[in-house]
Ligand binder design. Structure first.
Ligand SMILES: Nc1ncnc2c1ncn2[C@@H]1O[C@H](COP(=O)(O)OP(=O)(O)OP(=O)(O)O)[C@@H](O)[C@H]1O
Length: 441
């Protein structure tokens, strides 16, 4: 039987005219009868938002969303007496109003939740002195275990980290690793000795996963042979047991003979200085190919970006062009922030994220610095001799501006009977390595 709401109410009034109803005696029925008046129908109770436990106040229940959808979909009908049914139009309006209210509440809960989450992340960054710019920057991850869970890092890689004595990530690793694991391009600036090498090696090793015999899939460019050797050693250590093969170009003449289109295919990671790589790329035909490169890492990018005879800007451009695969990503790491590197990166690297640890261009916190006023050029030598007399604990590194000054200082110190060696561009690689090895390893 179909009838509109006015017919139903009229009929009900007629059938019950003169009858008095005891609301106290029959509360259950009273409840039912109350339902006949549209304004009393308790539709809101089903739409109430679930109370979330304390501490997770922002969680918006999916159930409540679906129950709301259900409420809107069901036919709004009221059973009047037995099988008599009537449509409830006023009720529908109220339900819609309540649903909207609920949607608004959920929306504001979500916003509140996002704001709280952002606040937590920003506190964490502040605590580790990390600053970032860029869109949708992933949060820093403060332990390797969580990184492993979130990005499915191989247990082998984690084991290699532990074997290297890396129990917790350093701040640059906390932030740069998740960014690179998401396949985003990054410009990172963190003080010397802050663990930048592992910050780029971990994501590279994870992405390459295992050998593919396609040729180099990651290229790491370092400004000096010593730095390249150091990076190569760390790369071998962290990729142990993964099957990945790393290579460092030590002699170009050897490399020309060694690499053919086939032989270079067995390597996955190339660590090199720019000049050597460019020399090989410019052979006719090129001695090696970089068209399968997925990651191009520019270490000490501030040095490599310098123009002029000491810089590698032109060489970097050749390498950049040679890495011509569609899915190549670039990451740049350095200890100092330079405007021209930042500008270039912003212009050329899509979706770039910049990460800085500590104050830009500040020295590492764990380096004590002391400025000694020496008066004149000659005063430097006097001050150095004084330091030696007071007792310097070796190993000691002394940096000077040119190789001529390095040679002069070396002769002076040898004359004083001090056990000293010197590294500069005129010395052979063997002399470099043996000096570094004797002093540092
Ligand atoms: N998570 C870690 N836990 C402990 N030690 C680490 C960690 N990461 C790196 N190291 C160690 O810290 C030292 C400095 O690391 P690394 O050479 O990568 O620094 P860097 O930032 O690249 O410095 P530079 O600017 O001089 O190249 C190395 O001896 C390295 O083995």
């Amino acid at each position: 039987m179909s009838m509109n709401i006015m017919d139903a109410e009229d009929l009900f009034r007629k059938l019950t005219s003169g009858a008095k109803f005891n609301f106290k005696k029959y509360p259950a029925d009273a409840q039912k009868l109350k339902c006949l008046k549209p304004k009393c129908i308790p539709v809101c109770s089903a739409l109430s938002i679930k109370k979330e436990p304390k501490g997770d106040a922002c969680k918006v229940s999916d159930d409540s969303v679906s129950s709301e959808a259900h409420e809107l979909d069901t036919d709004s009908e009221l059973t009047l007496l037995g099988s008599m049914k009537a449509a409830v139009t006023g009720n529908k309006f109220k339900k819609k109003k309540n649903s909207k209210k609920k949607l608004d509440t959920q929306e504001s809960l979500k916003k509140k939740c996002a704001a709280q989450q952002e606040e937590r992340i920003s506190q964490l960054r502040k605590h580790h002195r990390i600053s970032v710019t860029g869109r949708s920057v992933p949060p820093p991850i403060v332990d390797f275990k969580r990184m492993q869970e979130e990005f499915n890092l191989s247990p082998k890689l984690i084991q290699n980290l532990l074997n290297s004595g890396y129990t917790d990530p350093t701040p640059i690793q906390m932030q740069a690793i998740p960014i690179m694991l998401q396949g985003r391009q990054v410009l990172s600036c963190a003080p010397t000795g802050s663990g930048k090498t592992a910050a780029f090696l971990i994501p590279v090793i994870h992405h390459l996963a295992g050998p593919r015999k396609l040729g180099f899939r990651a290229v790491i460019v370092s400004p000096t042979r010593e730095l390249a050797s150091q990076t190569f050693r760390e790369c071998v250590r962290l990729s142990e047991g993964t099957g990945l093969r790393s290579h460092i170009i030590s002699k170009t003449s050897q490399a020309v003979r060694r690499f053919g289109p086939q032989s270079s295919k067995k390597y996955d990671i190339l660590v090199t200085t720019p000049n050597r790589l460019v020399y090989l790329l410019q052979q006719d035909p090129p001695t090696l190919s970089l068209n399968h490169v997925e990651w191009l890492i520019v270490d000490e990018s501030d040095k490599l970006f310098e123009t002029g005879p000491k810089g590698f800007r032109d060489q970097l451009a050749v390498i950049y062009r040679a890495c011509d695969s569609n899915n190549v990503k670039r990451a740049m790491f350095s200890a100092t922030h330079t405007i021209h590197v930042a500008r270039w990166a912003r212009k050329n690297l899509r979706g770039l994220i910049s990460v800085t640890v500590g104050h830009r261009n500040a020295a590492s916190d764990n380096v004590d610095q002391k400025l000694i006023f020496v008066g004149s050029e000659h005063g430097k030598m006097v001050a150095l001799r004084e330091l030696v007399q007071k007792g310097l604990t070796p190993p000691v590194l002394i940096f000077v501006q040119t190789k001529e000054r390095a040679k002069e200082l070396f002769s002076e110190l040898i004359y004083d009977g001090i056990n000293v060696d010197v590294i500069h561009a005129d010395r052979t690689q063997l002399q470099h390595s043996s000096c570094v090895a004797r002093v540092w390893m």
